[in-house]
Design a protein around this ligand. Structure first.
Ligand SMILES: [Zn+2]
Length: 353
């Protein structure tokens, strides 16, 4: 029997990221045993940390008909791009979704995205058939080679989905103070409507590098994977990916990969600390507090460096910057540099549709 299933762009990206080693130690889509272990403890059955399930959704008929050990061709836009050997199967239930995201509300963009997939999931080792798909992919051997050639022995990874604002800049300069190099690695896969486009993120950073950061201290490349908005779990997932890419340090900020009010401001810190204490993450975490502008200190600070959090804080966040720009209002320079604002406005598409 020949089995095949159509996959979407996000699943294709997962497949590529498994193949390149970005999602090490995965060598395929997670089966029942892996997913149960991951959602319970953030740990794979072999003891390695991996807090986000990476799964393959298929049609109900295929799920019921194809026996274990059967080979399924994964079709993307009419092409067979990979094959998977069925090892196990399970249903993605609301119980699982709640464990991952801590909610099943459709208002949560990650939950919605997950619930819109087919609930029938098949796990097993994957093999990429179309190696041309790897040509553009971010590969650990490439980034490790680049870091080596730059002579960096310590590299701090920075996750983002926004153009650089002054709070980011504060944290990035902190990273540059303690490490040889800074790797800015924005997520370029699916993001929710209203988030900044990749074009806006890239254009803003190009300006930052050209005008402000020292040459040869920063490396920039996109990471093609979807945002899951899974907060604490995704923060650790992001750290694992950057470790795989050769980073020695990774920054986890306030409400990392969070959305709305679903996660506590420093819940990702607590989760990362807990899991990092019990297991070897293989990367050092820089857990940074929220930088804000203090009207008394007259500079960017955090509640660890300034006494006026309650009285003089001007918040800086991607959400606030998005609001300013969509209203065509100019944010204060203490929030966003004028050069970056102009760079964002010069883009054809600023927001995801
Ligand atoms: Zn202050």
């Amino acid at each position: 029997m020949k089995y095949q299933t159509k996959i979407d762009e996000e699943t294709l990206q997962d497949l590529i990221n498994i193949e390149t080693g970005l999602f090490f130690p995965l060598n395929g889509f997670m089966g029942k045993e892996e997913v149960l272990s991951v959602i319970e403890s953030g740990i794979l059955p072999d003891g390695k940390v991996f807090p986000i399930p990476i799964t393959l959704d298929v049609e109900e008929d295929l799920f019921k008909r194809a026996p274990d050990g059967a080979k399924i061709l994964l079709m993307y836009q009419g092409q067979a791009v990979a094959e998977v050997i069925i090892k196990s199967r399970f249903l993605m239930t609301d119980t699982f979704i709640e464990k991952i995201f801590k909610t099943v509300e459709m208002a949560h963009p990650g939950v919605r995205k997950e619930k819109e997939r087919r609930p029938w999931r098949i796990g097993g080792k994957t093999k990429l058939l179309d190696v041309a798909l790897l040509a553009e992919a971010l590969k650990p051997e490439t980034t490790k080679d680049i870091f080596r050639k730059k002579g960096w022995s310590t590299i701090v990874g920075f996750q983002t989905r926004n153009p650089v604002h002054r709070a980011h800049e504060y944290i990035q300069r902190l990273g540059l103070e303690v490490c040889d190099g800074l790797f800015i690695n924005p997520v370029t896969g699916w993001k929710k409507r209203g988030d900044f486009t990749q074009e806006a993120v890239v254009t803003a950073y190009e300006t930052m590098f050209r005008k402000f950061y020292p040459e040869n201290r920063v490396y920039f490349a996109g990471l093609k994977t979807q945002m899951r908005y899974a907060g604490p779990r995704e923060a650790v997932f992001h750290a694992i990916i950057r470790r795989n890419l050769g980073c020695t340090h990774f920054i986890i900020g306030r409400d990392h990969a969070g959305v709305g009010g679903y996660y506590g401001a420093y819940e990702a810190h607590d989760y990362a600390k807990k899991i990092g204490k019990e297991h070897n993450l293989g990367i050092e975490l820089l857990l940074t507090r929220e930088p804000y502008y203090c009207t008394k200190c007259k500079q960017i600070v955090t509640d660890r460096t300034c006494a006026h959090y309650e009285t003089n804080r001007v918040e800086i966040s991607g959400t606030i910057i998005r609001k300013y720009i969509s209203d065509k209002a100019i944010p204060d320079e203490t929030m966003l540099r004028k050069e970056i604002f102009d760079a964002i406005l010069s883009c054809d598409h600023v927001f995801m549709e």
